[in-house]
Design a protein around this ligand. Structure first.
Ligand SMILES: [Mg+2]
Ligand SMILES: [Zn+2]
Length: 283
């Protein structure tokens, strides 16, 4: 397996960035009190849309929001971590309960948006009045997604299942899931034995796993900050690539050892005419 068969799924808040983007924007724009006052009355995602309306009516512009997003706290090793995984050839995706406008603005500012093949999150757009609208990823007004573990607007586990279905169509692939929050528990439950889970140490996902250690099928590698995230991610990618190179060379050794068996030689010879992804690994 080459690195292109490795899918790395990142959560965004407190994983790629070092805070919650919704809280960051609300706090920096001075709307914390209203946010806290309204939070008990409606779902988080609906409240964010409401907060954008409120801020817009008070004169906050899209440029003000972009300026705040550009100052989002980041660990200095996160961008290099993403760039190295991308340069190894891994397929990087984001699954986040933030929103597309916040995520894309930050990734563009950091110059790493091109590193990601997919972003699954709450849709958002700037309307004709210049107000940022934030919508649910799953339209819970029409129907519930039915997952008791997740907030009404998004079940990250359902997103993972869809990814796994499309992976199934493309062939054998491994996944690494990196996250911190309780919303990352549901997608973590979908990982398979050959996959990896990277929960942020002492954050809600990590606590949930500690309470349910048998719930996770994949190998668990915890991390505490951007530096550890980078080290562990590169270690896993390295391990997978070199293990597969070893398997590839063992396969070749077997072919050589069995050279006296005409049947095996015929099969091995036939194999050489087939374009094989394994051949590309050793080059
Ligand atoms: Mg998070
Ligand atoms: Zn769920």
């Amino acid at each position: 397996m080459a690195a292109e068969n490795l899918i790395v799924v990142f959560d965004f808040d407190k994983t790629i960035i070092d805070c919650d983007s919704d809280n960051w924007v609300v706090d920096e724009l001075g709307a914390t009190d209203l946010f806290n006052q309204l939070l008990p009355t409606m779902p988080w995602n609906s409240l964010m849309d409401m907060m954008m309306k409120e801020l817009h009516s008070q004169g906050t512009t899209i440029e003000d929001i972009v300026d705040v997003l550009k100052r989002t706290p980041m660990h200095p090793q996160i961008v290099p971590a993403i760039q190295s995984a991308h340069s190894f050839g891994c397929d990087l995706k984001i699954v986040s309960d933030a929103n597309l406008f916040f995520i894309e603005t930050i990734l563009e500012h950091l110059g790493i948006k091109h590193c990601f093949s997919e972003i699954h999150t709450n849709p958002s757009f700037v309307d004709e009045e210049g107000r940022l609208r934030i919508l649910p990823h799953h339209d819970f007004h029409t129907s519930s997604h039915g997952c008791p573990l997740c907030p009404p607007n998004m079940c990250k586990g359902m997103v993972m299942e869809k990814m796994q279905t499309s992976i199934g169509e493309e062939g054998k692939k491994k996944m690494i899931y990196i996250g911190d929050g309780s919303g990352d528990f549901c997608p973590s439950l979908k990982l398979k034995e050959e996959d990896y889970l990277m929960p942020r140490k002492e954050f809600p996902l990590w606590e949930l796993i500690r309470k349910n250690p048998r719930a996770i099928k994949g190998e668990i590698r915890e991390w505490k900050d951007g530096e550890e995230l980078q080290n562990i991610l590169v270690q896993i990618i390295d391990k997978i690539i070199s293990r597969d190179q070893q398997q590839n060379s063992t396969t070749n050794d077997c072919k050589l050892k069995s050279i006296n068996n005409p049947l095996v030689v015929a099969v091995a010879g036939h194999d050489q005419f087939r374009p094989s992804s394994r051949l590309r690994i050793s080059s």
